[in-house]
Write a protein that binds this ligand. Structure first.
Ligand code: OAD
Length: 241
């Protein structure tokens, strides 16, 4: 649990800031039972990212990649937002200007009621046609193992940014604009190891934002932020309101 003084300092910042950005990672959904990527039971400890989350893997064996994403969709379909997701949605409704940047693809922020969201790494509940590039919502669980586009019959892929791929330019530039102009950046549950998302924190600091981190463990950010609280997101975030 955080020392009381850190928590009250952060509460004051949250209460007074008129422009807040929240950046989240897998740790915020860990309390909903969603596996993280690099933790003790993280996905990348059991699965090889290069076999499942790269364009080359999809080209080699789209069935295997869809099998994995189908399994993840099945797991996620049983999960619900936790108190931290709900608190962030409430914060949005109470703040003059509020932007949420997430690396998560699980959609739980939207289910909790967040609206102004930049999904840096895509959305597991969307498919993209490899041929006509159209992106559509798809909540079927499971999907057929080689799903095809209803418009052009091209092969569909998960609408996820894989290793080696570029992030959506518009989403990325809006995210950088957000952190460069905000008063307070709250970073919750990310290891800070994946680029370019990892650059958002130094960019916020360089532009004068107060930066606070909430994470179960220390991260590469911890020594550079203004305030770092080591605790579970679902225990701390609701206390900030
Ligand atoms: P990681 O798995 O790398 O890190 C999860 C972070 O959450 C760690 O720093 C944990 O200490 C912290 N954590 C775990 N449980 C927590 C809890 N209950 N409360 C607070 N913090 C907790 O996940 P990300 O940083 O999100 O990319 O990973 C970034 C990207 O790497 C992901 O978006 C994914 C992955 O490859 C794509 O899928 C494209």
């Amino acid at each position: 649990m955080a020392p009381g003084s850190d928590l009250s300092r952060l509460k004051e910042r949250v209460a007074s800031a008129k422009d807040i950005v929240v950046l989240t990672g897998a740790g915020i959904s860990a309390d909903s039972g969603v596996p993280t990527f690099r933790g003790k039971d993280g996905l990348w400890r059991t699965y090889r990212a290069e076999d499942l989350a790269t364009p080359e893997a999809f080209e080699r064996d789209p069935r295997l990649v869809w099998e994995w994403y189908n399994w993840r969709r099945e797991v996620l379909s049983t999960k619900k937002p936790n108190d931290a997701h709900y608190a962030i949605a409430q914060l949005e409704s109470r703040t003059d200007r509020f932007q949420l940047i997430t690396q998560n693809v699980d959609g739980l922020h939207r289910v909790a009621g967040s609206k102004n969201i930049y999904e840096l790494h895509g959305d597991i509940w969307k498919t993209r046609c490899t041929s006509c590039l159209s992106v559509i919502d798809n909540h079927e669980v499971p999907l057929s193992l080689l799903p095809h586009c209803q418009t052009c019959a091209g092969l569909l892929r998960p609408h996820i940014v894989w290793f080696g791929e570029a992030l959506d330019q518009d989403t990325l530039s809006k995210s950088f604009q957000a952190v460069e102009s905000c008063e307070l950046l709250l970073i919750i549950g990310t290891s800070g190891l994946v680029y370019p998302a990892a650059m958002l924190m130094p960019s916020a600091k360089a532009h004068g934002a107060f930066v606070a981190e909430i994470n179960l463990d220390p991260t590469p950010y911890s020594s550079g932020v203004d305030l770092s609280i080591q605790a579970r997101a679902k225990e701390i975030v609701p206390l900030l309101l």
